[in-house]
Design a protein around this ligand. Structure first.
Ligand code: FES
Length: 101
């Protein structure tokens, strides 16, 4: 586990998400009305990129088959997704977003 600076705050406007890569792993960073969250970017159903989907509140919809995850917990909340995505602690330090990966 190590804290890594992955983006500036202004790179992730409210209601948006971005993909970042840390040590070869694709992660998604979300800016919701409850703050910033981070998960694996890889859908647990069939490996689509979640950050290419849509974010509605704290729910990200996968672009491939429409499965959904709660980005706060990683829980799968809509079929065909049943397995959670991994989540990562997020801290905002000044104008930087840091993840504990
Ligand atoms: Fe994400 Fe199928 S790959 S729902």
């Amino acid at each position: 586990m190590a804290w890594v600076n992955v983006a500036r705050v202004d790179e992730v406007p409210p209601g948006h998400m971005i993909k970042v890569t840390v040590d070869g792993d694709d992660l998604a960073v979300y800016h919701t009305d409850e703050g910033f969250f981070a998960t694996s970017d890889v859908c647990t159903h069939a490996t689509a990129s979640l950050s290419s989907g849509t974010l509605n509140g704290c729910i990200v919809s996968c672009p491939k088959h429409g499965g959904k995850f709660d980005v706060r917990t990683g829980a799968a909340v809509a079929l065909p997704c049943v397995f959670p995505v991994e989540t990562y602690p997020v801290e905002v330090r000044g104008d930087e977003i840091w993840l504990d990966v």
